[in-house]
Ligand binder design. Structure first.
Ligand code: AMP
Length: 404
């Protein structure tokens, strides 16, 4: 898009700080095709595959950079991350502890000589609401100049302050924007106005994994194995970057348009290059023994906490509920003793993997490399196969058998 068109379209847009609900079609009369926004976006979202990384906006955005002059000077988040790493190799992705940095979340992004405005609300056409979290709403959105479909998460600064989660959000932004893996939800960029923070996220077309699990009650073994293989790949990537997620559970996993899973919600994650942490966090059902009952040297824990959670997740995928689910005190007791039984309908191979992940001593838990090589995973995962492929195959088989 040429400079003229871009500037003209920006002139027509005013960014109103006081929109309580962004999805208010009448509020968007200033932009083209406002009333049909949601439908158009939904259609586009399906055709613009979330998994097709070549279609990412950011490449297109980069070319915009070279053709526009004054209004936008857009930078690739990945370039920014790269620049960060180059500028201060260790400090860039490490969460800082200064809560005042919230209103300047972009302070982690290197200062450009001309101080360019990276993103602002007017650059996006807002579509249907995708969901509501504890601290904000998420909308389907289209980056106007590139047509790229994304999810825009809107967080109100006052709510973050009241909930005392500024640090958590800052950490989420800093960590997630430095990650790029097919099974981890991308955070392409962020911007803020006086009252809100906006996160530009990859759109996960099939929504929450938690909802799929509740609907299906339990996943069949092939599907659970494929999901766990994807989780292991994502965790391997995270741990290589010295990031522990610390809150792995179905509620924090989204599903892409091709049925691939995407770890999201890095609110509890931490960049810990020294591999040792002390803070208690996460969700009780998924907490490992070393975080529940810290004593002496054990009061430190490592990225192996995520292996325990992967065991809990495997169990929950196959059985429909977490293995230690009980009243909170009983759950804690059961976790530290690893008191759980795997139901008889679970295959011997799956049971073996669960037992190798749910090991009280973190050092004795199976490694992620060995998870990927585990017979249960090998049995159900043809290299590169995704859960939907299998669903499509099954549907085809069912259609065929129905024809007979
Ligand atoms: P959150 O505040 O991150 O918990 O998001 C609230 C809800 O919005 C989630 O439970 C999802 O249903 C939906 N959602 C969040 N992010 C995305 C995304 N990137 N793609 C699709 N839906 C999303």
């Amino acid at each position: 898009m040429g400079t003229q068109t871009l500037e003209a379209s920006f002139e027509r847009i005013t960014v109103n700080d006081d929109y309580d609900d962004l999805y208010n079609p009448s509020a968007y009369h200033k932009s083209k095709g406002s009333l049909s926004t949601a439908m158009t976006l939904t259609g586009l979202a399906t055709s613009t595959s979330a998994g097709n990384r070549m279609k990412l906006p950011l490449q297109k955005l980069q070319s915009t950079t070279t053709t526009t002059s004054t209004i936008t000077k857009v930078h690739l988040p990945s370039q920014v991350a790269q620049h960060n790493r180059d500028q201060s190799s260790s400090a860039a992705s490490r969460p800082s502890d200064d809560p005042s940095a919230l209103t300047h979340v972009r302070s982690s992004i290197p200062q450009q000589p001309s101080s360019p405005k990276l993103f602002h609300l007017g650059m996006f056409e807002i579509g249907k609401p995708l969901g509501k979290g504890k601290f904000g709403r998420v909308y389907l959105a289209k980056h106007r100049s590139s047509g790229f479909i994304c999810a825009l998460k809107v967080l109100h600064k006052s709510e973050l302050q009241m909930g005392k989660v500024e640090k958590q959000v800052r950490r989420e932004i800093e960590i997630q924007s430095n990650l790029a893996h097919p099974n981890i939800l991308r955070l392409y960029g962020h911007f803020h106005d006086a009252k809100r923070i906006f996160l530009i996220l990859e759109f996960a077309g099939k929504g929450e994994l938690y909802k799929h699990l509740r609907k299906e009650v339990r996943f069949p073994e092939w599907k659970a194995a494929q999901y766990i293989a994807q989780m292991a790949a994502a965790l391997k990537y995270l741990h290589k970057k010295h990031v522990m997620h610390r809150d792995i559970k179905p509620e924090n996993i989204l599903v892409g348009i091709h049925g691939e899973i995407k770890i999201s919600d890095f609110g509890w994650s931490v960049h810990a290059p020294n591999n040792r942490r002390k803070t208690m966090c996460g969700t009780l059902d998924y907490l490992p023994p070393e975080m529940i009952k810290p004593t002496g040297n054990d009061s430190f824990y490592s990225e192996k906490v995520d292996l325990w959670s992967l065991g809990v997740l495997t169990y929950e995928f196959l059985c429909g509920e977490a293995p230690f689910e009980d009243e909170p005190l009983k759950t804690q007791k059961r976790i530290v003793r690893c008191e759980m039984t795997v139901p008889g309908y679970v295959s011997a191979e799956a049971k073996d993997l669960i037992k190798k992940l749910l090991v009280v001593d973190p050092e004795k838990r199976i490694s992620l490399e060995d998870v990927e090589r585990h017979p249960w995973i090998i049995k159900h995962c043809v290299k590169g196969e995704r859960a939907t492929n299998r669903s499509a195959e099954l549907a085809k088989m069912m259609r065929k058998s129905g024809d007979k």
